[in-house]
Design a protein around this ligand. Structure first.
Ligand code: ARG
Length: 573
């Protein structure tokens, strides 16, 4: 479906043209003075230069040509030269009716369907997930879902850290202590012990580094142990991500890039991009316009070992071969900004990706505790993800008790889980990703205010009205929209018309927080309408059915929005 603002701009363009002005001035936007009008056009002001006329005169000429327009109920020229607009109620009703019949509520299909890889997660195998992994999972999953919803071919890749020194440390420790293949709980103890040992014991550390190198070069014994560790870790990771409603299509890791490293390095040398610098192999990626120095991208260390940059570049080689993506989005801690600047520049310069391949870094800020410092356990340690989830879950159980309502044990557990997830995810996603934010469990789990549970509560409210309506023998098939009967209803309808543009913008700007802002506004507008309107008690059937259609549309849009944010609503709460 065409966006409403485009339809209105077209209508305005006709008026500009027939009044003798260029249609390029006809852009219509949502009003920034909703007390005065719903939409506005400021083009007359911009046209002054070209036509050497007072802006108010231009605006008046245009408004004259709008008389009789089916789009606008009001079009007036006001000082100094604004055109204030209100949409015709019937036109509004028709647009809404068409939305409710359309797939994805009228979201336009993209001009070009892109192949997109979202690289998020990035957990390091054999170390438990902690809250440092939370933001990547939450934001990445949402970015991926937004892309799919917008009509693209999108896959999420977990990009496991499965190949680094931690593996060498674990294997070295196992050898020293004559250990068999570990279970998951043993493994969880081995890594911290091995890591602690390496910080005081140079010999041990050297051994771990040697083992890492040999593992990366095919040592059979180490490979067997590694495969075992991978198997038990990946099973556990899958379970934990599932609890977050996070699912990866691709379970590749740094190790999968290994076979691509040698040929890539050879090619970089042959093409003259890579050169030696103090024993290491580097590619220069500085540009003349840089305001701060961007150091060369290191490809191999002086001992020929590969680095984090090497793996990321080789992974791009592999991705181009396997998927030929138009866009790769990395959702990683913003402190890795420089790393990605280097990797992206190097990948473009050396031809690993085409010039027009979009490589995007969505760097996220830190999740802080109430003290404004990075979130920690009460004892000051790194908090495991499981602990955080169960804390929030407990809090949600409490909130539900306060709220009353009868439920079976199972239903209560399931509902508390859904609310907890909404609390955590919305609390995160409602902030612009790059900003730090404070994880405030009391605020996030509140059923009121700008929170996930409030959005769920609104959906649950709609579901409950619809349930009652159906119990009373109402129908939802073949019901029609009538023009808005009140200002509260009109405001809700107007907000709904902005869905298409909002969702497109959220995709284009990789910005889940836009969806949060929209659902919050929508929930508020709905609740206002709900308090002003007798829905089930309405005696005029046509009017009542129109309200029901509006409830269905609002619920559908809220549900699609929270689905792309990565959570869902219960039946009751
Ligand atoms: N494993 C990395 C870390 O713990 C994150 C990986 C992010 N993704 C990437 N393609 N570099 O820092």
């Amino acid at each position: 479906m065409k966006k409403l603002l485009d339809i209105l701009t077209n209508e305005m363009a006709r008026a500009f043209e027939s009044a003798g002005y260029d249609e390029k001035y006809a852009k219509v936007t949502v009003s920034n003075r909703p007390d005065l009008c719903q939409f506005q056009c400021n083009g007359a002001m911009a046209a002054v230069k070209e036509y050497k006329k007072a802006p108010l005169m231009i605006a008046q000429d245009v408004v004259e040509k709008l008389s009789g327009s089916a789009c606008f109920k009001k079009a007036e020229a006001v000082k100094p030269g604004f055109i204030n607009l209100d949409l015709d109620d019937a036109a509004l009703r028709d647009y809404i009716a068409e939305m409710s019949e359309s797939e994805k509520f009228g979201l336009e299909k993209p001009e070009k369907k892109e192949t997109i890889i979202v690289d998020y997660g990035g957990p390091n195998v054999a170390k438990p997930l902690h809250i440092g992994h939370l933001r990547a999972a939450i934001i990445g999953e949402s970015v991926k879902r937004i892309g799919k919803y917008a009509g693209h071919d999108v896959q999420g890749d977990i990009h496991l850290g499965d190949w680094g020194l931690q593996m060498g440390l674990i294997i070295a420790y196992m050898k020293e202590n004559d250990m068999d293949m570990p279970s998951l709980s043993e493994l969880e103890k081995i890594y911290p012990a091995a890591s602690a040992k390496s910080s005081g014991d140079e010999d041990f550390k050297k051994k771990a580094m040697d083992i890492t190198y040999e593992l990366q070069h095919g040592n059979e014994e180490y490979t067997k142990i590694w495969q075992h560790i991978m198997k038990i870790s990946v099973e556990d990771l899958k379970k934990n991500y599932e609890k977050l409603n996070v699912f990866f299509e691709i379970w590749k890791g740094e190790s999968d890039a290994q076979p691509f490293i040698d040929p890539m390095v050879e090619k970089m040398k042959k093409d003259g991009f890579a050169h030696e610098s103090q024993g290491a192999l580097v590619v220069d990626v500085g540009e003349e316009t840089d305001t701060k120095e961007i150091p060369p991208c290191m490809i191999l260390k002086s001992d020929n070992a590969s680095l984090y940059t090497t793996t990321d570049l080789a992974t791009l080689v592999q991705r181009v071969k396997d998927y030929d993506p138009d866009r790769v989005i990395y959702v990683v801690d913003k402190r890795q900004d420089l790393h990605f600047v280097q990797v992206f520049r190097c990948a473009k310069k050396t031809g690993i990706v085409k010039d027009d391949t979009k490589l995007l870094f969505l760097g996220f800020g830190t999740m802080n505790g109430a003290d404004g410092k990075p979130f920690k356990t009460r004892a000051g340690g790194v908090m495991r993800l499981e602990t955080l989830l169960s804390d929030v879950y407990e809090k949600c159980c409490e909130r539900m008790k306060e709220n009353g309502g009868e439920m079976s044990e199972d239903e209560r557990n399931d509902t508390a889980r859904k609310i907890a997830l909404a609390a955590i995810k919305y609390g995160d996603l409602s902030n612009q990703a790059s900003k730090d934010y404070v994880f405030d469990i009391d605020k996030f789990t509140s059923f009121e205010g700008n929170t996930g549970p409030y959005i769920l509560y609104t959906i649950v409210r709609i579901k409950s009205i619809l349930r009652k309506y159906m119990e009373e023998g109402g129908r939802t098939e073949g019901v029609n929209f009538t023009a808005p009967a009140s200002d509260a209803e009109r405001q809700l309808l107007l907000l709904l018309t902005g869905y298409n543009a909002m969702m497109q913008g959220a995709f284009e700007d990789t910005a889940p927080h836009r969806i949060c802002a929209y659902v919050y506004e929508l929930a508020n507008a709905f609740n206002h309408f709900y308090h002003e309107t007798k829905i089930l008690a309405e005696e005029n059937t046509e009017q009542k059915e129109s309200y029901i259609s509006l409830l269905l549309l609002t619920k559908g849009i809220l549900e699609d929005c929270i689905d792309v944010l990565g959570f869902e609503a219960p039946e009751k709460m």
